[in-house]
Design a protein around this ligand. Structure first.
Ligand code: NAD
Length: 352
């Protein structure tokens, strides 16, 4: 099986690629894995370093919105796992255009090419954020979409397109919606790596509003295992929820991170709440458990401890990213204005 992984140099996509090439998912060894990634500020070739020497891996640096490129890359792939996206809510509040472009148009370009070239399975990797906010209980997959941010609205648009390609054209699409994901190699703008790298540097951490927003946390290895299950066992046209079953308020999570980093509450600065901030997310994962055999394995305490240890031991990975993106770390509501210039034309990159 040949697999095309878009966004495979990002946080979750690179974990999926490392797992795939290590044979971690148990659905047979892939004969080839192509990563198509624009290497935006959050994409990083270093994330693929552990598997860079594998002859089955090819990195194509390019944009999923580039229809000619996607049409050239797609042939010969059996499975597409689509991670590529603009992913940071705060950035989408400041500037929504790249989110609509990559998340919506990019998905449509990929779906068209997958259809044209007879791809056997297309996995649209999505998020619990497409449902908006829920005070009590948990969403099932038939919950109407009510996204709050430009990020989640663009992801919802992509999900609907993917499902429409199944209904209209019979493209074998599966959509996964995962909860807040954490682990190694996450760009240090999202809450956990931002807080951990700040604390390791002796800097304060910015906590939004009253800190009462509730998130369900899923370790990245469990998220990727769920995506692999959906790719191989999921029913076309179906949505699957991948959640960790571990809800915490941001304040509770902050307490755990302070403890893990040996810091106290004096390191926490309360900052004005994010505009449109969803109060709580919660996924009902019954379908994924029953139909796919999905079962998260990494407990939150164990996963957080390992994640903090990883950032402590990998300053060489995150310090250059922090230096390049310094202003994004001042407060989560102030995204960096510029990452590296995006690659506009494709090239096959030498892997590190
Ligand atoms: P990330 O920001 O770490 O990685 C995104 C990757 O996509 C980067 O490598 C980037 O270079 C690439 N990319 C961006 N625009 C591109 C374009 N136009 N063409 C090609 N490549 C492009 O994000 P992540 O956290 O790894 O998220 C991956 C996917 O999982 C996203 O679709 C996201 O919506 C979804 N998801 C994330 C979470 C989470 O908590 N991180 C939870 C649920 C779902």
């Amino acid at each position: 099986m040949r697999v095309l992984v878009t966004g495979g140099a990002g946080f979750i996509g690179s974990e999926y690629v490392r797992g795939l090439l290590s044979g971690r998912y148990g659905f047979g060894e892939p004969t080839g894995v192509t990563v198509l990634d624009k290497l935006t500020y959050s994409g990083n070739q270093a994330n693929l370093a552990p598997v860079a020497a594998d002859p089955r891996l090819r990195l194509v640096v390019g944009d999923v919105c580039d229809a000619a490129l996607v049409d050239a890359v797609m042939p010969g792939h059996d499975l597409v796992v689509h991670f590529a996206a603009e992913t940071h809510v705060d950035r989408s509040i400041v500037a929504a255009a790249p989110f609509v472009s990559t998340n919506v148009v990019g998905t449509q370009v990929l779906l068209d090419a997958a259809l044209r070239h007879g791809v056997e399975r297309f996995v649209q990797v999505s998020t619990d954020e497409v449902y908006g906010s829920i005070d009590h209980g948990a969403w099932t997959e038939d919950q109407p979409l009510a996204p709050s941010s430009p990020y989640s609205a663009a992801k919802a648009g992509a999900d609907l397109l993917a499902l429409a390609y199944h209904r209209t054209h019979g493209l074998p699409v599966v959509v996964t919606r995962g909860s807040n994901t954490y682990g190694p190699y996450q760009f240090p703008e999202k809450l956990i790596p931002l807080f951990v790298t700040n604390l390791l540097d002796g800097r304060p951490v910015p906590l939004y509003g009253d800190g009462g927003n509730v998130r369900d946390w899923l370790h990245v290895t469990d998220h990727c295992a769920g995506i692999a299950l959906a790719a191989h066992r999921g029913r076309p046209g179906r949505v699957y929820h991948l959640g960790g079953g571990t809800e915490l308020t941001n304040k509770e999570l902050t307490g755990r991170l302070l403890e893990a980093c040996g810091a106290g509450w004096e390191m926490v600065v309360n900052v004005p709440d994010r505009k449109g901030h969803d109060r709580r997310y919660a996924l009902d994962t019954t379908r994924a458990r029953r139909e796919l055999g999905f079962a998260p394995r990494v407990g939150l305490s164990e996963g957080l401890a390992a994640t903090v240890a990883w950032y402590r031991d990998h300053r060489d990975w995150w310090e250059p990213l922090r230096a390049r993106d310094r202003e994004a770390t001042a407060a989560p509501g102030v995204p960096a204005t510029a990452g590296p210039a995006p690659a506009t034309s494709a090239r096959t990159a030498a892997l590190p």
